[in-house]
Structures are given as C-alpha cells and as structure tokens.
Design a binder for this molecule. Sequence first.
Ligand code: SAM
Length: 293
Amino acid sequence: MSKSQLRSIFHDHKHYEDSMKLFYETVSNHGDREEWTNTVFRQVVSTKLPRIPEGAPLRVLGVGSGNGKTDYLLITKIKERYPNIDNTAIEPIASHLDKYKALFTAERNNLEGVSTEFKQQTIEEFERENGSSNDKYHFISAVHILYYLRDWQESIRYLYDILADGGVMLIVIISEHGGQTKVLRKTFPEGEEFFKTIDSADLCKVLDKMGVKYERSRTPSRAKVIASYEDETDENNLWWDFLTHTINFRQTAPVELQKSVKELALGPECCDPRQDDGTLLFKFDWEAIIVHK
Ligand SMILES: C[S@@+](CC[C@H](N)C(=O)[O-])C[C@H]1O[C@@H](n2cnc3c(N)ncnc32)[C@H](O)[C@@H]1O
C-alpha cells in the first residue's frame, strides 16, 4: 500500500470520535478549558473587548462551534461585563448544533440576556450569504477549526473584515512547539483532502502579512505515550491513529513510513526526555492567538 492510499480518520466518524476520546484521555492540560477561560481568557480577551453604547448588545460570533461547550464557557465569562449579548453560532454538522441548542436551553438561567441565532452552515456559506455586512462583531471565536476550512487564509481575512473596530478575535490552534503537525506532515507529505496540516507559525505568518495586531498565549500540554510502538493493543492502535489522523495506521501504512513516523514522534522533536519512571510525554501544546482590530 502506498502512502497516498492511507485513509484519514475523517472517512469514519466513529473511528475519529473513538480515537480522539482515547487520545485525549492521555492528555494533560488540554481539556480544562474552564480553568483556561477563568484565567487566560479573562486576562487577555474578556477584559479587552470594546466599550459599546449603553443598552446595545455585544455582538458575538462563534465559528465551527461544535457542541457549544466552549462557546458556553466564553459567553458566561463575557456576560460578567456585558449583560446583553447577541450570539451567532455557525456549525455545519446538525448533530453538533442540536447538542449546542440543548446545552443553551438547559443552561438558560445562566444565559439571561443572551440571545443565540443558530446557523447550520459552514463559514464559506455564511460568507456567501452575508458578505461584508455592516453588522460587525465585537468578539469572534474560531477554536480548533482552521484545519478544516476550504481556504483558511481567505476565511481569516473575511473574519477580520467582519470584526468591529476595537473588537477581538480569538483563534485557537495547535502550537508549532508541539509535535502533532510535524507528525501529520510526515504522514501526509502531499497534503490531505480533509484537513490542513497547519499550526500557530503558519497562522502568525498570515497575520503578519495582513499587518494586524495580535498577542499569543501558549498552553503547554502533554500526551502520555501509552505503550511501546510495537504493543498490539486496541488502545495503542487508536492512540497512533489519532496522532497520525489515519485509520489503522500501524496495520496499513508502509513499513518505511511507520519507521520514520515512529522515529519522529518518539524522538526529541516531539517528546520530552524520558521521565525517571520511564514515561514518555508527547508535546501537544496549543495556542490562543488574540487578534485586535
Ligand atoms: C475540532 S471541532 C471544534 C469545535 C469547537 N470549536 C470546540 O472547540 O469545541 C471543529 C468544528 O469545526 C466544524 N467545521 C468543519 N468545517 C467547517 C467549516 N467549513 N465552517 C465552519 N465550521 C466547520 C466541525 O463541524 C466541528 O464542529
């Protein structure tokens, strides 16, 4: 089997979910978005949103909002300073949007003053429908979605265009200091149909070219390598499948590719030096890039 015949995990939604769940169980400091929202988000975003006229709502846009859990945390934090919020959530997958709606209904007592418009569409469809409207947004979030966009650079330009003056855009993306993008580039050197292997360095280059102001905040995070590469357990298979974004990587990838991916993934570029107790930790840092207009 050649490299190009590798099947990305996006061909099988359940495999994607299962491998991601297993992988995240090995990750430290990634899932605790609540703590991050109460600390970093509060300092670098929610206290820096613009003043708006008395009585007017703060306009918020969530792009690729998924099940709404992240949007919920961000909005409840913003609500401490802005009692009146008009929230628009864009999410193309109906089942994700249903979960978002259910969460916002269940938590309606904590969301007084927040009105939400749900849009089941991609950002590209949203752009076609709305263009560069005059109704700009004071806060835009795009959390771990750039990898999936048709043309992420053009989408960043569009989102910046619809950000109000004084507004803030939060983009969360895998950090260049982590190892996953390096592994994905090795696994899919010609690129892959379902995702782009991009990280914080790629994003910052584009923002620099655009000449916009931004800050960076990196959260160090580690995934525990659960077994030796050769260990034939279902868990270990899933761990490597998520890391490489490939279905059955260890069973289907050419031997040479497996060798080079393993060397890279377990080597010093991607892992910390082995701990005293023998544990190996894969670098899985992520970054919040905060764009100001
Ligand atoms: C990794 S999830 C992140 C979800 C959420 N932002 C969070 O942090 O929990 C990526 C989300 O982007 C959505 N997505 C994929 N392609 C998109 C597009 N072209 N426009 C908008 N959203 C998209 C997916 O449906 C998915 O819900």
